[in-house]
Design a protein around this ligand. Structure first.
Ligand code: FAD
Ligand code: DHB
Length: 390
């Protein structure tokens, strides 16, 4: 098998890259270790930045998102018994966000690729990448009982944090930056009506909580938990007790309960590898960097990476190699901005088990500043809706 760009991983990064390359007339093959059913059912992120929304719309994969997603013009920060709204359009020159689940984006991208005759190989085993420092890098894998070799001009490592492409870069050729947080998120999906018109990010003595949504019937809620915690430790009664305690305040707001039908524990980590390239292997999305979910940046960063990469590859095939040489530096600039924002939102809103009373007072002072200074609110808003892609 031969293709121009071999893509490892059919997450948002890999699928969107394949779609964007196709629009530029560049051939790709995506190899994915899971089944189509699995990738289309995995529950993850839910917030799309303005730039991600625009990109999906402009490239013809935004129709269902426009019908079924929810445009939100702001978020609430809740602390000290009161709620404070951050209004995005007035702080960012008219920008907003879209709440539309990651697995719905995946479904739309898979459908668009297959409709256009694109090649996605699902359920491949033992993928490995070779000859990265030559002009003919290769992906080898097992598929449908056979060993296959895919010869490429370039390989895109879009296989997420636990994938095989990043570790294929010799350790002397990469540098890693990591921070692990002393807490995780307990996430649930609930059959209930919405309790709020916009997302609520709550800082509370008992820990952080977040109210998000998926549809008028299904709500997405998160609460700060121990990173080693397990689903079995959280019967529904304990989840509701904790959510009520962290979210309800004197203003009479009440959280609507419902049937909990999905529970999971999400670890929190900041991570970046530099550079995001080795020879003819280019990393994009979670394969190259992870952010804690508090700023809702993970999926959006993956989209921003592959937009830069697809343009750079298109330039290469038109005879200009410079954008490809610049790929890592261009992508890392946005990555580090998002790393800072996600770290800042996480540090602002969570309780740290080892914090001193001094540190806690600083957190409260910072929260107060965010909701009382237009400049500080603007900083939050412009990062949350996402900096322009260009
Ligand atoms: P992924 O979505 O991880 O896609 C990688 C793909 O590669 C997967 O389909 C995987 O099966 C495939 N793959 C892996 N290894 C191989 C291999 N060896 N061979 C072939 N294929 C392989 N972000 C938020 O903003 N908010 C959230 O609430 C949030 N929740 C999250 C919950 C979880 C459990 C996780 C893991 C992430 C969450 N994120 C969240 C982050 C966000 O979902 C990611 O940033 C986003 O999925 C990145 O997209 P990606 O395409 O780079 O990687
Ligand atoms: C969702 C996830 C996030 O990480 C976030 O910051 C906001 C919303 C969500 O899954 O809806």
């Amino acid at each position: 098998m031969r293709t121009q760009v071999g893509i490892v991983g059919a997450g948002p990064a890999g699928l969107l890259l394949s779609h964007l390359l196709h629009l530029d007339g560049i051939d790709s093959v995506v190899v994915e270790s899971r089944s189509r059913q699995e990738i289309e059912a995995t529950i993850r992120a839910g917030v799309l930045e303005q730039g991600t929304v625009d990109l999906l719309k402009q490239t013809g994969v935004g129709a269902r998102m426009e019908r079924e997603g929810f445009v939100h013009q702001g978020i609430y920060l809740r602390f000290g018994g009161a709620s404070h709204r951050i209004d995005f359009p007035s702080l960012t020159g008219g920008r907003a966000i879209m709440v539309y689940a990651q697995h719905e984006v995946i479904k739309d991208l898979v459908a668009a690729r297959l409709d256009a005759g694109g090649k996605i190989l699902f359920a491949v085993k033992d993928a490995a990448v070779y000859d990265l420092d030559t002009n003919a890098p290769k992906v080898r894998f097992h598929h449908a009982g056979r060993v296959e070799e895919l010869e490429c001009d370039f390989i895109a490592g879009c296989d997420g944090f636990h994938g095989i492409t990043r570790p294929s870069i010799p350790s002397r050729a990469r540098r890693e930056f990591t921070r692990v947080y002393p807490f995780g998120w307990f996430g649930i999906l609930v059959e209930a009506p919405p309790s709020t018109d916009e997302l609520i990010y709550a800082h509370h003595d008992r820990g952080f909580a977040l109210v998000s949504t998926r549809s008028p019937q299904i709500q997405r809620l998160y609460l700060q938990c121990d990173p080693e915690d397990e689903v079995k430790n959280w019967p529904d009664s304990r989840i509701w007790e904790e959510l009520h305690a962290r979210l309800e305040n004197a203003q009479g707001w009440r959280l609507a309960e419902g049937r909990v039908f999905q529970k999971s524990v999400i670890a929190m980590r900041s991570y970046v590898v530099e550079p995001m390239r080795y020879g003819r292997l280019f990393l994009a999305g979670d394969a190259a960097h992870i952010v804690p979910p508090t700023g809702a940046k993970g999926l959006n960063l993956a989209a921003a990476d592959v937009r830069v990469l697809s343009r750079a590859l298109a330039s290469f095939y038109r005879g200009d190699e410079q954008p490809l040489k610049d790929y890592s530096a261009t992508a890392l600039r946005r990555v580090w901005r998002a790393e800072h924002f996600s770290w800042w939102m996480t540090s602002l809103l969570h309780r740290f088990h080892d914090e001193t009373p001094f540190h806690h007072r600083l957190q409260l002072a910072e929260l107060d500043y965010v909701v009382s200074s237009r400049t500080k609110a603007q900083t939050l808003a412009e990062n949350y809706v996402g900096l322009p892609l260009d």
